[in-house]
Design a protein. Structure first.
Length: 163
């Protein structure tokens, strides 16, 4: 049995007296443990698996949750060895130990890092993964301007544009 108090902050003081149906004292406030939420710690041991053209599986060990549920996981990426980080994926998955990170750029070097968000705030970023390359994607359009030239009586040279 439980009761949800929805408007608490880290500074909320509680004085609770819980009674049974015959109004006998069931529990006093001094017998309770009240945990205040704090900012979570970042996940550790990040590993990238199942690499495809535009998505990967990101596995990790969640850090300390801050005495509450993790509301969001925020994934950031660096691309092509550039120093800046950009947000690439956000997901609400409370008990996650892996995420499918989608919408990555095909045939590109990436590395990822993760932050955890709870009601108290956002963790610092995790240590980044090692650099990895997404696979080449199948072209979304057929080739145009197809040019075929004979090189010899047994070979052809084929050129085309991809739009």
């Amino acid at each position: 049995m439980g009761y949800f108090f929805g408007t608490l902050s880290q500074q909320t003081e509680l004085a609770l007296l819980i009674l049974t149906t015959d109004e006998e004292v069931f529990m006093l406030a001094s017998d309770m443990i009240v945990l205040c939420s704090v900012i979570p710690r970042p996940p550790t041991s990040l590993a990238v698996t199942d690499v495809e053209a535009t998505r990967v599986r990101l596995q990790f060990i969640p850090g300390f949750s801050g005495h509450t549920f993790i509301s969001w996981w925020c994934v950031e990426a660096q691309k092509d060895y550039v120093d800046s980080w950009s947000s690439v994926y956000n997901v609400s998955a409370r008990a996650a130990v892996s995420l499918i990170v989608e919408n990555l750029q095909p045939d590109t070097a990436h590395r990822l890092r993760v932050t955890a968000v709870n009601i108290a705030g956002q963790s610092s970023p995790s240590q980044p993964t090692a650099w990895f390359n997404t696979l080449q994607a199948i072209p979304s359009n057929p080739p145009t301007r197809l040019i075929v030239r004979p090189v010899s009586h047994t070979a052809l040279h084929v050129q085309w544009l991809v739009c």
